[in-house]
Design a binder for this molecule. Structure first.
Ligand SMILES: [Fe+2]
Length: 323
């Protein structure tokens, strides 16, 4: 696709570092695929139905970021697929073997490519050789030129174009065993902890260059999907995205605000299953030749720099079975 080339080989200066470079796909199930398609269309994604599967893409980008399947019981994380360079695949497989990570048969909803591993919290993780879908550089800011003197800079509401996120930035998962999950992601997959607030929330990036976090984990009673975060080009787009979702009937969410860890401006809209889709702008970037110094931040000082109060149910894991 024009303008976007996905890298397929690692930089020589990271020859001695082996690890996944991208969160290649998130696969989860929801009760109603039609409702999901309406929600993500309104959000500004490109939804593509293939039989019983709904793929999520971004306009102008070749990658499929997530796939959804129907599941009567409610939203459920099914499996995660990470991408690596061909040069790193054998080393990742050997580490999994050495650390005694169980190998799995391919998931019923997946394919037979690469390696299927059992995450310590019981869900499958696939590792495949794939082009690097996470970017190599911090994403561009869209800066509007100043309006000519005598004319207002803001468009009238009717002329405001729809916000269309450019790519997936990251995903946040619930975890009932944050320490065990970190060991898996670091020691097997080669991700690195960027920043954390004890075991309450932990952010990990890819050693070959990624946003401040490719994945993050929030402490819970078990695994689950909290949010998918989608990159947009300006704070204005974050606000317009919020308004776009209000207009589509999705009034619940959190924001607009700015995080401290990651520094991104955000608006989270609640999806029909109690998890969230995030419009994210200007997240920090960890270059592929830079060793970020990980730090532990007090949560009250680092969750967000400014924004409205956090909704009471913002970190409820709806994938936990209630007795
Ligand atoms: Fe996020």
């Amino acid at each position: 696709m024009a303008g976007i080339e996905l890298r397929t080989h690692k930089h020589p200066n990271r020859a001695d570092v082996q690890g996944v470079h991208s969160l290649d796909r998130i696969v989860f199930a929801v009760p109603d695929l039609d409702e999901a398609a309406r929600f993500y269309d309104a959000f500004g994604l490109l939804t593509e139905r293939h039989g019983d599967r709904l793929d999520l893409r971004t306009h102008g980008h070749p990658h499929v970021w997530a796939s959804l399947f129907a599941h009567a019981g409610g939203k459920r994380l099914q499996y995660l697929r990470f991408g690596c360079f061909a040069e790193d695949f054998d080393a990742i497989a050997a580490r999994a073997e050495r650390l005694g990570i169980p190998r799995l048969a391919p998931h019923a909803l997946g394919d037979a490519d690469g390696l299927w591993l059992l995450h310590p919290e019981g869900f499958p993780v696939q590792v495949v050789v794939a082009p690097k879908s996470t970017p190599d550089h911090k994403s561009d800011r869209i800066i509007e030129p100043p309006a000519p003197v005598g004319r207002g800079a803001s468009l009238n509401r009717a002329r405001i174009p729809k916000v269309r996120p450019r790519r997936l930035s990251h995903a946040l998962f619930f975890s009932g065993d944050v320490a065990g999950a970190i060991r898996f992601y670091e020691d097997v997959l080669g991700l690195r902890v960027t920043d954390r607030s004890a075991d309450l929330v932990v952010f990990l990036h890819g050693a070959h260059g990624s946003d401040h976090h490719l994945i993050a984990m929030a402490k819970s009673e078990g695994p689950g999907l909290h949010h998918l975060s989608w990159d947009v080009g300006s704070i204005d787009e974050v606000g317009r995205g919020m308004e776009q979702m209000f207009a589509a009937g999705h009034a619940r969410g959190w924001g607009v605000g700015r995080h401290v860890l990651g520094s991104n401006y955000f608006y989270y809209v609640r999806d029909p299953w109690g998890s969230y889709a995030e419009y994210s702008h200007d997240i920090d970037f960890v270059p592929g030749d830079f060793d970020w110094r990980s730090a532990d931040h007090p949560p009250e000082d680092s969750f967000y720099a400014w924004g409205p109060s956090v909704p009471e149910d913002f970190v409820v894991n709806h994938e936990i079975e209630k007795p």
